[in-house]
Design a protein around this ligand. Sequence first.
Ligand code: NAD
Length: 717
Amino acid sequence: MTEQKAVRWEKGGDGIVVVTLDDPGRSANTMNDGYLEAMGECVDALVADKDTITGVIVTSAKKTFFAGGDLDSLIKATPADAGAVMEKSMTIKKQLRKLETLGKPVVAAMNGTALGGGLEIGLACHHRIGLDAKGVVYGQPEVTLGLLPGAGGIVRTVRMLGIANAVMNVLVQGQRHKPAKALEIGIIDELASSDEEMLEKARAWIAAHPESRQPWEEPGYRIPGGTPSSPKLASILPAFPANLRKQLKGAPMPAPRNILAAAVESTQVDVDTAFRIEARYFAELVTGQTSKNMIKAFYYDLQAINGGKSRPDGHEAWQPTKVAVLGAGMMGAGIAYVCALAGWEVVLKDVSLEAAEKGKAYSEGLVAKGVKRGKTTLEKGEALLQRITPTADYNELAGCDMIIEAVFESMQLKQEVFREAMKVVEPDALLCSNTSTLPISELAAGLDRQGDFIGLHFFSPVDKMPLVEIIRGERTSDASVAKAFDVTLAIKKTPIVVNDSRGFFTSRVIGTFLNEGVAMLAEGIDPQTIEQASSQAGYPAPVLQLMDELTLTLPQKIRNESKAAVEAAGGTWEPHPAEAIIDRLVAEFDRKGKSTGAGFYEYADGRRTRLWPGLRTELGATNHDVDLHELSERMLFVEAIETQKCFDEGVLTTDSDANIGSIFGIGFPPWTGGVVQYVEGYPGGVAGFVARADELAKRYGSRFEVPASLRTRATAA
Ligand code: NAD
C-alpha cells in the first residue's frame, strides 16, 4: 500500500487487488511522470505478488476514469525529443503489457469517461466495464489533437475489433461514444449503472474467469476480419488510403495517415514489435507542428474560453426564462430551436403568423429527424415544440427577459422592431441583435438602454454551427457581456467576445479569404485550380463555392458601406482586385450566387452542377501553371494579417477567441490551430511568417503588408 501517489493498490481478503488511479495533484488522471513512476511500481509489485493474487480491478478515484496523455509535456516536445518520446511511449506500454500478461484476470472498472490514454489502460485489461450514465463517453480522440493512441491503443483496438472496424469506428475519426454505443462497437464489454454495481460485476467476472488472458494470447487466435494478406481484406484495404485522401483533400494532416499505417502494419508482426511501430508513428506526430497547433486550439484555447477568460468578472450566472426571437427567417428559426432546446420559452415573431409558423416548422423538422434517429424522444420533442409560440403580435412578447433580433439586414428596420418590442418585454431584458454587418454601437445609438444592447452573432445553420460571436458595443455594459456569455454556453455553443467594428472579427476576416480567391480569378488562374488550392489548405468549402453560398451581392453591399465610411472620414478607398470580377458577374452576366441559381457555379434545381464555363471563356481564367502551395498560403496569409489588424484596433483581445473563432466560425483550417497559431507555428515562427508575407507583398501588393505590430513581434521573438 502506497500513499500520495498517482496509482495506489490494495489487496482484499479475497485476493483481488484494487488498483486505484488517483493523481494527487490534479482533478483528472493523465499519463504524466507521476503516473509513469507509480504505475511502474504498481505492476512490479503485482508481478512479485502474483501467486497470492486472484485478480486485479483497475479503477479511478476521480469523476472521470482517466483523461489521457499529458498534453502539458507533449506540446513541448521538439523534433530532437523524438527518441525520448518514443521510449516513454514504450515504457507506458511495457507496464501495461506486464499487467495484461500477469496470468490473472484483470478487469477495468471504468467508472467515468475514459478517453485516449484512459481507454488504452482499459484495453490492456481483459474485461472492460463502462458506466452507463449521462455525459460519460469512451473513445480514442487523439486524432482530433493531431495525435494517435500511443499507449498500445492502435495495436489492441485492431486486434480486438479488426482493422476495418477499429479504423472506422474508433481511430481515424476519434469518435467519443456514449456507453451503449461503445458496448455495441466492442470497446466496452459490459455496463453498470453505479460504481458499486461495477465493482460487484468486476468481482463476479474475475471469479468466473480465473484463467483469463487477452484473446490474442489464445492459441489459434486470428484478427477479426483477417490480416492485409487475407483475400477479403486485401480487396477492400486499398480503398482506405484513397478515401482518406479524398476526405483530407491534400490538407497537411498527418495523424489519420499515421494511424492507418500503424493499424495495418501492426497486424503483420507480433504484439511487441507492433508496439514499437505504433510508438514510432506516435513520436513523429508528437514532435511535428500540426499536433502542437491542434492541442493549443482544441485543448488550451477551448479550455480558456469555456473557463470564462473573456467573461467579465463579478457578475452572477444568468439565464433567461422567456426569449423573444424577432424574425422567423433562416436565422430566427434556428435561434428559436436552440433556445427551446435549452429549455426556455420562445416567442417567435414575424410580420405574419404564417411566416412565424413557417419558422417554427423548422424546429418541427429537426425534432422529427431527432426522434427518427433516436437522438431524442417523442415526449421531449413535443415539449420542445410546445415551448415555441409563433406570432405576429408584439403583445405576445410580454414577460420576455431577452430579445434576439434576426430580421432583414436594415438599420432602420432593426431599430424599429427593437423599439416596438421594448415597449412590451421586461424593462431590463437583454437586447441582442444577430446582425452580421451593421455596427452594434450605431444600432444601439437609436435606442434607449444602450448598456443592455449587444451583438449575438450566430452562424448558419444555427443548430449545427458551434460558435457565437458576442459583440460589445461602445456602451454595452459588462453585465450584458456576462449574460450573453452565459446564454451562449447554455445553448451549448462556444462564445468569443469581440469589440465592435465593421464586420466584427469573423465577417471581416472571412471577407479577405473570399476576396483573395476571386483576385486569383482576376489574375487569370483557372477556377478549378483555385478551388483545389483552398481545399488543399484545409478549408472545409472551396472558396468560390462558399462565395456563391453567401451571394455575390453581399460583399458588394459591404464594400459600398465600407467605402462610404472611409470616404466620410476623408480617406481614399483602395479597390481590391476582386471587386471588378464580382461586379462583372453581377451586372454583366446576372450571376449573383447560389440562391439566384447562377454564380461562379451553375445550378440545376438548387444543386451545384459545375463551374460556370464563362469563367474561362468570358473572363479568360485558364491558367493552370501556378504554384498551388502559394495559392493556399495566400488565402491563409490574408486572413492572418487581417486578424492582426483586428488586434491592433482592439476588436480582438485574446488569442483564444481569435483561434477558436476562426476555426469554429469561418472554417479556418483546423490543422493550423487557428488564425493566430498559424502565424506562431509557421516555419521560422512569427519572423518566418513576416519574411514570407514580405515576399507575397512584393508580388501581390499591399494587402500582404504586415502591420508594424507583427513586425515588432517578429524581431522580439
Ligand atoms: P431571412 O430573410 O431569412 O429572415 C428575415 C426574417 O425577418 C423574414 O422572415 C422576415 O419576414 C422577417 N421580418 C422582416 N421584418 C420583420 C418585422 N418587422 N418583424 C418581424 N419579422 C420581420 O434572413 P436571415 O438570413 O435569417 O438573416 C436575418 C439576420 O441575421 C440578418 O440581420 C442577417 O444579416 C443576420 N445573419 C445572417 C446569417 C446568414 O448566414 N444568413 C448569418 C449571421 C447573421
